[in-house]
Design a protein around this ligand. Structure first.
Ligand code: PLP
Length: 375
């Protein structure tokens, strides 16, 4: 098998699994219990949160652990009045934002935020701006520092004019932690979403960084865990695994970046007859190809027969047969969207697989072109 869909899911790293195991059995105690073994579990849980927090330049007390990035995005955006969100955001941002008076900010043809559009839309009643650090369909890296600088200026201007409306910046960094060195202060964000499932950690575990001066309302009410914002018994094995995955991501960040940049170059030179969609500003493990006149859904199916797993875009949209809102936003025609394939490589791959994948994809595309000639 050659798996080229790491943006959809990553396998749990064996070291992560090993770190988690004791907390399913021997160290199963509820961290809120009063006896000593439970207190040890509580302290391990806090240490794991500190590891995750330190990796983004934050403190354990700034993190709210959630059941994945969807929940973290919901926690960040729910109850915010007047939200601006990038039109290419994941549905877990878009579908919440639109419930709270959300308005989309446009992207340029290269997938990068149109800063002029953002500037013109931050009126005095806007409370939150949400821009993901890395887009999950294109791998586009957004200029968060530039955005936060603009927001800082607008906040100062509001202050000068006596306008009390706060203005927050949220970023969904689900796809970013593998290959980018994230620091919340440098990015200038108030809220940041993390996702264990995309960094070889367990699924259903995420976190929201919440700057100490930001007040959020809980999504769930109960025992008051996670500073009352996310009640429910802590997912101790999940968070231990998340921390281990974060440690490993940091350790391999530079090596993986170089490796993926080389693989990207190789794949792009060996593949034939495509147009590259994400030419610039993208993480190196994302390749989005457009095969004009070919049905990419069919390619996914034909490649699966050869044990190559790729996707046409976000797994959730693809499974519903919906047209990608991301590819529409960057101006692709319906025909181009229908012919677009996303390849995202990662730790399950090696150099040989990349060459092998190029050969097989070329052959499948060529035979599909032949078939279409006869139709
Ligand atoms: N945000 C981004 C950018 C994603 O890529 C994903 C997952 O595909 C999510 C949010 C949602 O993550 P989860 O399904 O783990 O809650």
């Amino acid at each position: 098998m050659i798996y080229l869909d790491h943006a959809a899911a990553t396998p749990v790293n064996p070291k992560v699994l090993k770190a988690m195991e004791p907390y399913f059995s021997h160290d199963f105690f509820n961290p809120s219990a009063a006896y000593l073994p439970a207190k040890k579990v509580a302290s391990d849980y806090e240490a794991a949160k500190a590891t995750i927090a330190h990796a983004i330049g934050a403190k354990a007390s700034d993190l709210i652990i959630t059941a994945g990035a969807t929940e973290a995005n919901n926690l960040a955006l729910t109850n915010m009045a007047n939200v601006l969100y990038l039109e290419t955001e994941h549905d877990s941002v878009r579908n919440v934002a639109t419930r709270y008076g959300g308005e989309p900010i446009e992207v340029l043809k290269n997938g990068v935020i149109d800063l002029r559009d953002l500037k013109s839309k931050i009126t005095d009643n806007i409370e939150l701006v949400s821009v993901s650090l890395v887009n999950n369909e294109l791998g586009t890296i957004q200029p968060l520092t530039e955005i936060s600088e603009l927001i800082r200026e607008i906040k100062l201007d509001r202050l000068r004019r006596g306008i009390k409306q706060k203005l927050l910046l949220h970023s969904d960094a689900s796809q970013a932690l593998n290959l980018l060195d994230i620091n919340v202060a440098r990015l200038g964000v108030d809220l940041l979403t993390l996702n264990a499932a995309k960094i070889y950690g367990p699924k259903g575990v995420g976190a929201l960084y919440v700057s100490h001066d930001v007040k959020l309302l809980p999504l769930t009410y109960g025992g008051g865990q996670e500073k009352g914002l996310r009640s429910g018994t802590e997912n101790v094995p999940g968070v231990i695994g998340f921390a281990k995955a974060v440690e490993l991501a940091k350790e391999h960040l530079n090596g993986n970046r170089k490796k993926y940049a080389t693989w990207r170059k190789h794949l792009l030179s060996e593949l034939q007859g495509y147009e590259l969609v994400n030419k610039k500003h993208s993480l190196d493990n994302f390749i989005v190809l457009c095969y004009n006149g070919i049905d990419a859904e069919r390619l996914v199916f034909l490649l699966e027969e050869k044990q190559i797993y790729v996707s046409t875009g976000a797994a959730c949209a693809a499974s519903k047969g919906q047209k990608s809102h991301v590819l529409s936003a960057i101006g692709l025609t319906d025909e181009q969207i229908a012919g677009s394939l996303r390849l995202t490589f990662g730790e399950t791959n090696d150099e040989n697989q990349i060459h092998e994948a190029a050969k097989i994809i070329n052959a499948v595309v060529a035979s599909e072109k032949e078939r279409l000639k006869d139709v």
